[in-house]
Write a protein that binds this ligand. Structure first.
Ligand code: RFL
Ligand code: PHB
Length: 392
């Protein structure tokens, strides 16, 4: 079998790349180990930068996003019993973010690819990549029916997330890895209750960080900092709501409770692997880099990577390698900015187990500065809403 581009992974990065390539008349095959239903139900990100929304709109993918996405002009930062609004619109000359779940983006992308005749193999197994330094790299997999396939490609793109096989196919001595694991995790719930807030609340509390986000006018998304070794069985709904009530407590404000529709615990890490290319293998999204979710950057970085990669692959197929050669450095510039911002938000807002009073005072001082200095608030707003040109 032949395909111009082989894509490993049907997350946001792989599916969007397949669509962007199709818009340029380039055919691709997407291979995914999970089922379609699993990919469409996996609860993850919720916040889209303005540039991400613009890109999806320009690619003809924003029909439901424009109807169901909720535009937000700021966030709240809560600490020491006070809640402060950071007004993105006022600070950045009108920039906003949009709350639209990753599950919905994935549904939109899968529907569009299939409607356009795109090839996506769900529930595949034994994926492998080979001949990466030749100009005919090979993608192998077993399809859902048990048939073995070998696809000869012009290029292969690893969009298979942090635990995928693509990054592991690059010789380790050619990769530089920078990483940090945080001594805490996020417990996330999707709750069948209208949001108690008009904009996201990021709360710093002595008992640990909490975040109030949302999915729709009737569904809320909430997160709690927990220890990384805790299991979800230790957290019945009543315990989760008791802890959320404590961390968000504010006189005159009420947190509405409802049944949890989905619960999970996620480890927190920063990770950057460079370069994002080895011969004819390119890495995009979480396959190359991970940020802790506090800055809401992971999905936006995945979208930005493939926005840079699609034109680079189009040029590569015509024999012009210049954009492909620049791909890794172009993306890593944005990746490191988002890595710094996510680390900064994370360390400002979480309680480090065993930390002394010095650290707590330093965090509070930083939070007071961000909520009282226009320059500091503008920096947060500029980073959170995203960087002007999503193409890097
Ligand atoms: P994905 O979404 O992990 O998709 C990778 C796909 O590859 C498949 N796969 C394989 N397929 C074939 N063969 C193999 N050997 C394979 N191994 C794996 C997987 O099944 C999967 O379908 O990576 P992608 O496309 O790079 O997208 C990245 C985003 O998913 C991720 O960065 C965001 O979800 C991060 N994130 C957030 N990002 C934001 O921009 N804004 C947010 O508000 C935000 N909140 C979050 C988040 C991530 C979270 N978790 C659970 C990690 C909140 C949370 C709690
Ligand atoms: C979410 O809605 O899932 C969400 C929002 C903001 C974050 C992380 C996750 O920083």
């Amino acid at each position: 079998m032949r395909a111009e581009v082989g894509i490993v992974g049907a997350g946001p990065a792989g599916l969007l790349l397949s669509h962007l390539l199709a818009l340029r008349g380039i055919d691709s095959v997407v291979v995914e180990i999970r089922s379609r239903a699993y990919c469409e139900a996996r609860q993850r990100a919720g916040v889209l930068e303005e540039g991400t929304v613009r890109l999806l709109r320009e690619a003809g993918l924003a029909g439901r996003l424009d109807r169901l996405g909720i535009e937000h002009g700021g966030i709240y930062l809560q600490f020491a019993g006070e809640r402060h609004h950071i007004d993105f619109r006022a600070l950045t000359g009108g920039r906003t973010v949009t709350v639209y779940a990753q599950t919905e983006i994935v549904k939109d992308l899968i529907a569009q690819r299939l409607a356009d005749g795109g090839v996506v193999h769900f529930s595949a197994s034994d994926t492998s990549v080979d001949h990466l330094t030749s100009d005919r790299p090979v993608l192998r997999f077993t399809d859902a029916g048990g048939a073995r396939h070998e696809i000869s490609c012009d290029a292969i793109v690893g969009c298979d997330g942090f635990h995928g096989i693509s990054r592991a196919a690059i010789p380790v001595d050619l990769l530089t890895v920078r990483q940090r694991e945080y001594p805490y995790a996020w417990l996330g719930i999707l709750a069948d209750v209208p949001p108690s807030t008009d904009e996201l609340i990021y709360a710093h509390h002595r008992r640990g960080f909490a975040l109030h986000s949302l999915r729709s006018p009737s569904v809320s998304r909430l997160y709690l900092q927990v220890d990384p070794d805790e299991s979800i069985e230790q957290w019945p709904d009543t315990r989760i709501w008791d802890e959320l009530q404590r961390r968000f407590e504010l006189p005159g404000w009420e947190l509405k409770e409802g049944p949890a529709l989905d619960k999970g615990i996620t480890a927190m890490r920063s990770f950057v692997s460079a370069p994002m290319r080895y011969g004819r293998l390119f890495l995009a999204g979480d396959a190359a880099h991970i940020v802790p979710p506090t800055g809401a950057k992971g999905l936006n970085l995945a979208v930005a990577d493939v926005a840079v990669l699609a034109p680079a692959l189009a040029a590569l197929l015509t024999g012009d390698e210049r954009l492909a050669d620049a791909y890794s450095a172009t993306c890593l510039n944005r990746v490191w900015r988002s890595t710094h911002f996510s680390w900064w938000m994370t360390t400002m807002l979480h309680r480090t187990p065993g930390a002394d009073e010095m650290e707590a005072e330093l965090q509070l001082s930083q939070l007071r500065y961000v909520t009282s200095s226009r320059a500091a608030a503008t920096s947060l707003a500029e980073n959170y809403t995203g960087y002007s040109d999503v193409r890097g």
